[in-house]
Design a protein around this ligand. Structure first.
Ligand code: ZN
Length: 326
């Protein structure tokens, strides 16, 4: 009798370790998460991966035998071929961590290995905002900007697993801002949450008459991206300018994607989409204004719908795809 008919997805993050189980039909039947101590080091991290996987299977009322394969979505710079995290910027001391070999040894299951942005892209393409689209580009708008390309239900990895690194495509040449990657003028240097805050502090330093409402949280050092978007909605002119610049920078990045890849859908995910419809409207407006009209209908740019589940779902789908391939 065929007993193993489920796939498990693991999403390794800087703040939480998540696991979820999907059925062969692709339905999420159970998930859970545990907080991660990002300073605990890779040894504790690998132990937590094992714990979360076992807990997830157990609390779903299943046995390890029921799981056909496991997918692991991981952050940072990875060696795709060997299943190793080379350097996870948000996790202290995670250098050269052999995640796939470790999980293979413990669970004796086939392990799919992919980066977290690609996992979220795959999740959204199969079960979220990109469902039904032949081609989709996913952007995660978080501290930085990640991305993933999906064509006919599969991730386009590229030679080094770097395809879809949209955050580090260049949008500014004349007076480019420095980016976290060491280059200048990248999309992330304008539209990632960290950059939005940096630009906010710069603008506030020049707002000599202190007209903006953002001075108060800035002086308390509590200023967040959410404050900037909220203030823009309430008519704060400085915040409005910041949101307008962020939207136009993102639109430039999206126009580059549209003209290069001509996808059916562009899906925006990550913490910054909490900014809401006003943000989306502005991005759509810029894109519609400047892109070839054939590839910018407006509604083909939308927000992700799976939230925090996108990564585990994508990782589980990658596990299923890996078995179908072999
Ligand atoms: Zn960059």
């Amino acid at each position: 009798m065929e007993t193993s008919k489920y796939y498990l997805g693991l999403d390794v993050g800087g703040t939480a370790m998540k696991a979820g189980i999907i059925s062969a039909e692709g339905n999420l039947i159970h998930s859970l998460m545990q907080p991660t101590n990002k300073n605990a080091g890779p040894k504790a991290g690998l132990a937590l991966m094992e714990k979360v996987i076992r807990l997830c299977i157990e609390s779903a009322g299943l046995k390890l035998d029921s799981i056909k394969a496991i997918g692991a979505a991981v952050p940072g710079i990875i060696d795709l071929k060997n299943g190793v995290i080379l350097d996870a910027v948000n996790l202290t001391d995670w250098k050269n961590v052999p995640v796939r070999t470790h999980l293979e040894t413990i669970f004796s299951k086939p392990i799919a290995f992919l980066n977290d942005a690609n996992a979220a892209a795959l999740g959204e393409a199969w079960l979220g905002a990109g469902k039904g689209a032949e081609s989709m580009v996913f952007l995660t708008l978080g501290t930085g900007i990640g991305g993933g390309l999906v064509h006919q239900g599969k991730i386009i990895e590229g030679r080094h697993g770097l395809a879809g690194e949209i955050g580090h495509t260049r949008i500014e040449m004349s007076r480019p801002r420095p980016c976290s990657c060491g280059n200048f003028g990248c999309l992330e240097a304008y539209a990632g949450a960290t950059s939005v805050l940096k630009r906010a502090y710069e603008a506030l330093a020049e707002d000599f008459n202190k007209i903006s409402d953002l001075h108060e949280p800035a002086e308390k050092k509590t200023l967040s991206c959410k404050d900037v978007f909220d203030a823009a909605r309430n008519g704060d002119p400085l915040a409005d300018r910041l949101v307008e610049e962020t939207s136009s920078a993102l639109a430039l990045g999206i126009i580059n994607i549209l003209h290069f890849f001509d996808p059916e859908k562009v899906v925006l995910g990550g913490g910054m989409i909490a900014a809401g419809d006003d943000f989306l409207k502005r991005i759509r407006w810029f894109v519609k204004d400047q892109a070839f009209k054939e590839c910018a209908q407006g509604e083909d740019i939308c927000f992700a719908t799976l939230g925090n589940d996108a990564g585990i779902l994508g990782a589980a789908i990658a596990a299923r795809q890996m078995l179908l391939k072999n």
